[in-house]
Ligand binder design. Structure first.
Ligand code: GLP
Length: 640
């Protein structure tokens, strides 16, 4: 990850922000503030009233508070809590209910009194919803108001479930969920259709009445919405921006969530800066995109009129600066992702030696490897490198029941057809899936196994399309995933040990790792952290890592910003087609929604758009015109 030397404050931000190197450090800071409040209140003989949030964001805070309870005697006996929201309608026992979430993540592990817990009720009848909401408001008031409110933020800019359109005075009420929110919750509910359409949420007005508010955000996924809430005029299009009118709110961010703030993207507008090579590259490419010109056509006036006069004086003229950046960009492009043997490599992203490299591709889930670097995988193998592809997880949590059912029925049919007798347990599992009632029950280990086998089978098939033999594939099934759930994965020593053993076995010259900055609690984020720990241990104990280049790719979602790219691998039309066909093999991940196909939002369609777009961006900067490009950022050894 690129480290940002952040300025302590920024005149562009309308709410104070505390930025931490990682979500764990941010979460510890928040937990300490909560603990201090509870102790202070208790010394005064008063209860502390906490407003609590769900989602993956506050999970590390709850973990730290539970630790403080166990190890430091922090007591919650006199704490009163009010949760922000609950899906509606949803039974408490549903595995995605916030009621269950709070119990599993927090309340069951501390000494809070049950009668002091308040969560909007997803089971209340429709005619009683309004009365229930009024009672909720009254209960907050009766408790003396909220001392400290924790918030996460949705990608729509919602706080609680106050979607765009929510007014600053809104109170606890029933709301309809935004399409993006339901899309983001789809993986929890195994499909968008299963996500409830409504929720009961505290209003923006309710939240603003809290005496102090901490809004937490981790990961690149939240960066744009965080920047909007902090730097733009408050508006109902981004409900979190209403926090600007609250006198005591702090945004608690990790560096990725802060990465779209002006003090990070254009620090020269905030203060004098040291013009590091990365910063110069970012500034010039940003300028090209702003004024719509390729690098070599920028003139002094473009720099001067767009806040870059200082850079121009440091570098002398647009002419020298343009050529410098043009060359840097040009040198990121290579058709030899494993290095070009017998070529001068002083200006190439990868070394020429050794000509045949040991390459480890670590992918969080099947499919990310194809989406992020399917074309590059093909190149690496074609160019004779010794490639191993390791899947950190089977990805079974993302398999819908209907896919598992179809697979079992096929298996049963084939079992009968080849006359193996009996049904090898197929019938029992078919009944188990057919009888599942909604999502109240977890999948049994047997069903998870079926789903895992299914996804790993798709990975094999996709790799066959790329000409990659099965002997190169490793399925790690790391315990954090097999034992975990979305939004609440916990990394353990076993995970690290397994990845470390693989690294020691292969001793790779190159590692390709699926990117992490989007969301540290995601499967990709967890895999990245596990790799970092394992690799650090290898660095401490062995010599070989000194010779390893670590390349990160983005498996799904957005591609790296152009100014960060260290290696750009162009794909020919034929290579792009093959990649799309490979991505298509992950059939269990097709959304089955005709709308998704029409809107071109299926994974295999999005990967095509993303790779073409990178090529277009390079072209617009004045580079050669390619069909598509896959790209990589090199992590230096201190950061990994
Ligand atoms: C849901 C919750 C919000 C939460 C948001 C972000 O919409 N109602 O309170 O902030 O999700 O979730 P996460 O923290 O998992 O990114």
């Amino acid at each position: 990850m690129m480290k940002t030397e952040l300025h302590a404050t920024s005149p562009f931000e309308r709410i104070p922000a505390e930025i931490f190197p990682s979500s764990e450090e941010g979460a510890r800071w928040v937990a300490k503030e909560i603990a201090d409040l509870i102790r202070k209140r208790s010394d005064e003989g008063l209860p502390a009233v906490l407003g609590l949030a769900t989602g993956s964001t506050p999970v590390p805070v709850y973990r730290e508070l539970v630790r403080m309870h166990r190890e430091e005697g922090l007591s919650f006996r006199r704490v009163i809590t009010f949760n922000l929201d609950e899906y509606y309608p949803l039974p408490r026992g549903h595995r995605e209910s916030y009621w269950r979430f709070m119990n599993e993540q927090f309340f069951a592990h501390i000494d809070i009194e049950a009668e002091n817990i308040n969560i909007p009720d997803g089971e209340v009848t429709r005619e009683n919803v309004v009365a229930h909401c009024r009672e909720y408001e009254a209960a907050i008031e009766a408790a003396g108001g909220i001392d400290l409110q924790l918030l996460g933020i949705g990608r729509t800019g919602h706080i609680g479930f106050n979607e765009p359109g929510s007014g600053p005075k809104s109170l606890t009420r029933l709301v309809t969920l935004d399409a993006m929110t339901r899309h983001d919750a789809a993986r929890d509910f195994l499909g968008e259709d299963n996500v409830p359409r409504y929720s009961i949420t505290m209003g923006v007005g309710t939240i603003l009445r809290a005496r102090r508010i901490l809004l937490l955000a981790w990961g690149r996924n939240k960066a744009d919405v965080v920047a909007g809430a902090l730097e733009k005029e408050p508006s109902e299009h981004l409900p979190a921006s209403y926090l600007q009118s609250h006198g005591d709110t702090v945004f608690v961010l990790d560096e990725s969530a802060a990465s779209a703030l002006t003090r990070v993207t254009q620090p020269w507008l905030v203060d004098f800066v040291d013009w590091t090579p990365e910063r110069v590259r970012g500034a010039v490419i940003g300028l090209c995109q702003k004024v719509g010109k390729p690098v070599l056509k920028l003139v002094d006036k473009d720099y001067n009129e767009n806040g870059l006069a200082d850079l121009l004086t440091v570098k002398g003229s647009a002419y020298t600066l343009n050529i410098e950046i043009f060359n840097i960009l040009q040198h990121t492009i290579t058709g030899w992702p494993g290095g070009k043997p017998d070529a001068d490599d002083s200006k190439r992203p990868e070394r020429a030696q050794p000509p045949r490299k040991r390459v480890l591709i670590l992918t969080a889930e099947p499919q990310e490897d194809i989406l992020g670097m399917g074309g590059t995988v093909h190149r690496l193998i074609d160019q004779g490198h010794d490639v191993t592809i390791a899947y950190a997880t089977s990805g079974d949590l993302a398999v819908p029941d209907h896919e598992a059912l179809a697979a079992l029925e096929l298996g049963q049919g084939l079992g009968l057809a080849v006359g193996e007798g009996g049904n090898g347990g197929f019938a029992g599992r078919i009944v188990e899936i057919r009888d599942k009632t909604g999502f109240e029950t977890e999948d049994s280990p047997a069903i998870r196994e079926v789903k895992g086998v299914l996804r790993e089978g798709e990975a094999r098939q996709a790799m066959r399309v790329l000409g990659v033999g099965e002997e190169r594939l490793r399925f790690l099934r790391l315990p954090f995933y097999t034992k975990g759930r979305y939004r609440r994965f916990v990394m353990g020593e076993e995970d690290v040990a397994q990845v470390r053993a693989l690294l020691e076995e292969i001793q790779p010259h190159q590692v390709f790792l699926s990117g992490s900055e989007d969301d540290p609690s995601s499967v990709a984020g967890m895999t990245h952290s596990i790799f970092r720990r394992a690799f650090r241990q290898c660095i401490e104990s062995s010599e070989w890592p000194a010779d390893t280049y670590v390349w990160t790719y983005r498996g799904s979602g957005a591609e790296w910003p152009v100014d960060r790219i260290d290696m750009a691998v162009p794909l020919s039309p034929g290579e792009l087609n093959r990649k799309i066909i490979a991505a298509f093999q992950h059939r269990s991940q097709h959304s089955q929604s005709p709308l998704a196909v029409i809107e071109q939002s299926e994974y295999w369609q999005r990967t095509e758009q993303i790779n073409r777009r990178t090529a277009d961006l390079y072209n617009a900067l004045g580079m050669a015109e390619y069909e598509a490009i896959e790209c990589f950022v090199r992590a230096n050894s201190q950061e990994t």
